[in-house]
Design a protein around this ligand. Sequence first.
Ligand SMILES: N[C@@H](CCC(=O)N[C@@H](CS)C(=O)NCC(=O)O)C(=O)O
Length: 283
Amino acid sequence: MRNQALVLFYLWISNFFDWTFFTFAFSSRGAALDALHPCYPFIQSNLTPVAFPIFLPSLPVMASVTLLTVWASPFSMRAKLALLLKGIEHEDLPQDLGNKSKLLLESNPVHKKIPVLIHKGKPVSESVIIVHYIDEVWPETSPLLPQDAFLRAKHRFWTDFIDKKIFDSLAQFMRSSDGGAAVNEEFIQNCMLLEGALAELGSEEDGPFFGGASMSFLDVMLAPYSVLIPGVEQVMGLKPASPEQCPRLHKLFGAVAEHPSAKAALPQIEKLKEFIQAHFARK
Ligand SMILES: N[C@@H](CCC(=O)N[C@@H](CS)C(=O)NCC(=O)O)C(=O)O
C-alpha cells in the first residue's frame, strides 16, 4: 500500500515536471531555463522521469540523436552530412560490422546494416530514408528537398539512379577480376547522365550544387562520391569521367571538398585509400 502510494506520487510529480518542461521549452525564455529543469537529463536521454529518483545512478545517458556509423561507409557519410548541415547535436556510435552490436541488431533487425539514426529512442534505417527524416523533423535550417513536388520527385528519381547505377557500377568495378574496363565505361556513361541532371536541375549561375549555392538533398546523396571516386581511381585504377565529359560534376565535387560540413562528414582521401587498399585492392 505504502509502495503503491509512492509510485503514484512519482507518477504525479514526473507528469508535473514534464508539463512544466514543455511549457518552458516552447516559450521564448524556456530554452535558457531547460537546463535548470530537474528532469533535463532524462528528457535529453529519453528516459522517463518516473525513474529519476530510483535509477539515476545506474542508467547510461544516451544522446537524443545517435548515429550508428562506419566512417568509410558512403551511406553513413550521407546521414552525418545531413546532421551537420542542419547543425543537429548528435553522438556517433561507430560500429564493428564484423561483430555487430546488440544495439545495431535491435535497431535494424531487417537489414542489420549501418547507418541507423536513433532519435528519441526510435531507430530509422537506410541512408535515403534517414536524410528524408532529418529534413522533415528539422525543416527550418538548411532545407534539403525543394518545395515543389515535381522537383522533389526529380531529387528522388536521381537519388535512386545514384544508388542503382552509380554505386552499382562502382561496386562492380571494385569486384571485377578482369580489370573492369567494360564496367568502367558503364560508370562513365552513368556519370554523364547525372551531369545532364545537374545541368537541368541546378542553375550554374546560382552555384555549383544541385541546390545552387547551398547543398540540397541530391548533393548530400552525391557528396560521398567526391572522396570515393578518387579513392577507387588512385588505388584500383578506375578511370573517372573527365572534366570535359562532366564539367559540372567536377565543379560540384570541388565545392563539396571546400564545404565545412562536408569536410567534417567525409574522411580524408588518404585515409579512405588505405581502407580501400586493405579491403578491396586486387592482389
Ligand atoms: N541501402 C543502405 C545500404 C547500407 C549498407 O550497405 N551498409 C553497409 C556498410 S556500407 C553495411 O552495413 N553492411 C553490413 C552487412 O551487409 O552486413 C543505405 O542506404 O543505408
